[in-house]
Design a protein around this ligand. Structure first.
Ligand SMILES: [Ca+2]
Length: 117
């Protein structure tokens, strides 16, 4: 089962050092490990630090992860998942956004930045 996460900055300010993470409390799959979102493409290096990707207003980046469904997941009929996008704003304040719930399938999760403190 492959997840694609699209993180889009629909705000008017930059989002720096964008990462996507999964939380066991927001994931109903029973197999381990949790999906580990990895950066794939998109975004730019706006802070000049060459670290995690940055998003200009309107820009988006793609992350992907893989999770192996087990028999217990199949029996329950679905795997629900919310992922978390982490970023830093112009004032270096950390903020997070939650991705939409998805079910067992190849899915695209579209995340809307910013801004939920
Ligand atoms: Ca950066």
């Amino acid at each position: 089962m492959s997840y694609t996460y699209i993180v889009q900055n629909i705000g008017s300010s930059f989002a720096f050092d964008v990462t996507v993470s999964e939380s066991a409390g927001l994931f109903t799959g029973t197999n381990t490990p949790l999906p580990t979102p990895a950066y794939q493409s998109g975004g730019t290096n706006e802070d000049g630090e060459g670290d995690a990707i940055d998003l200009r207003p309107g820009a988006s980046a793609t992350f992907t992860a893989v999770y192996t469904i087990n028999q217990q997941d199949i029996n329950s009929g679905q795997v629900d998942n919310q992922a978390i996008a982490n970023a830093v704003d112009d004032n270096e304040i950390q903020f997070q956004m939650f991705l939409m719930t998805v079910t067992m399938a190849t899915v695209i999760q579209r995340m809307i930045l910013p801004k939920l403190y």
